[in-house]
Write a protein that binds this ligand. Structure first.
Ligand code: UDP
Ligand code: MG
Length: 313
């Protein structure tokens, strides 16, 4: 059996298109399937549409969150409740084409791989500045973390149950799926495809949200920023010894009185700035640790048509 996890947030326009496509593909495949729609606190007609679909089609299961918890939480809810031997995550906006599913299943069946992941080879339809920052992000994060995060990787993947169980076992509160997928390992086949633009509706991401997501990703999978403070500290200490030495020599040789209020202020401001910057970095980590220790649930399901559903995790 194949379980498809579909996070939906305000997807009333795309849902009917997606459902039609995915059903026609799934029917052509031989295996049993279930469609797990996770309504992430949508404010439009997403939930009523899901209820209609569930009433007509027994393959449809919906989980409705009590508020918007974000795509990461929606995917986690899906993983926690999927029953299939193969499990996939897909977006509802048709950017993850269901037509790739038969090919992906065939690759898993061959037994050589544990998961088939997709990677877009182009970024058509995306603002150039966003692409530029995305490229920098991937380069940086791969250099400073031990999770292998592939540029252009989408969350769209089909995996064996073992891998999904590993993902469920990563119960961290600050979830960054691209990092989690890379961190748990397993043999992954990368399937390239051309970027496809959204079928309907609007993207939920803006530049600022993506930027914060990128910072979260770095902090979740790397401790490198914490060591910045130590490096700055070491360099500054060396410099200050050098200055001390120079000033003593100058006083001894030329007997100069201390001059240069401007340069003093510059140094004070510079050091103050670096200290605040480093404090800020440490603060980011403390904030994450604070949230983790609270052990709040990742999501709360308020409504569902499924049986034995794990509602609060
Ligand atoms: N999504 C979600 N919760 C959110 C934001 C998005 O479940 O808070 C879902 C959304 O409905 C879609 C998928 O995540 O199925 C990807 O979102 P989107 O298409 O807006 O992102 P993009 O493809 O532009 O990166
Ligand atoms: Mg999309």
């Amino acid at each position: 059996m194949i379980s498809l996890i579909i996070p939906c947030y305000n997807e009333q326009e795309s849902l009917p298109i997606f459902y039609r496509e995915v059903t026609s593909v799934a029917r052509r495949m031989e295996s049993e399937y279930e469609l797990l729609f996770v309504d992430d606190g949508s404010k439009d007609r997403t939930l009523p549409i899901l209820k209609e679909l569930a009433a007509q089609d027994e393959h449809v299961t919906y989980f409705s969150f009590s508020r918007n918890f974000g795509k990461e939480a929606a995917m986690y809810a899906g993983f926690c409740n999927a029953k299939g031997d193969y499990i996939a995550v897909m977006d509802a906006d048709m950017q993850d084409p269901p037509s790739l599913l038969p090919q992906m299943t065939a690759i898993l069946e061959s037994g050589e791989y544990d998961s088939v992941a997709t990677r877009r080879t182009s970024r058509t339809g995306e603002p150039p500045i966003r692409s530029w920052f995305a490229k920098r992000f991937y380069r940086l994060v791969n250099r400073i973390s031990d999770a292998d995060i592939v540029d252009g990787a989408r969350d769209f993947r089909l995996m064996r149950r073992e891998m999904a169980e590993a993902i469920v076992s990563m119960g961290e509160y600050n979830r960054f799926s691209k990092g989690i997928f890379g961190w748990i390992g397993f043999r992954t086949y990368w399937m390239p495809y051309d970027n496809i633009e959204r079928a309907a509706g609007e993207t939920k991401w803006n530049f600022w949200k993506l930027f914060k997501y990128a910072i979260d990703g770095i902090i979740s999978f790397s401790q490198a920023p914490l060591s910045i403070a130590s490096w700055f500290g070491m360099v500054m200490t060396l410099l200050s010894f050098l200055f001390l030495f120079l000033i003593v020599i100058r006083k001894a040789v030329f007997g100069d009185p201390v001059a240069g209020w401007a340069s003093t202020i510059c140094v004070i401001v510079f050091i103050g700035g670096i200290q605040l910057f480093c404090l800020g970095i440490i603060g980011q980590y403390i904030a994450k640790a604070y949230l983790e220790t609270k052990k709040r649930p990742h999501f709360i399901i308020s409504e569902t048509n499924g049986e034995d559903v794990r509602k609060i995790i």
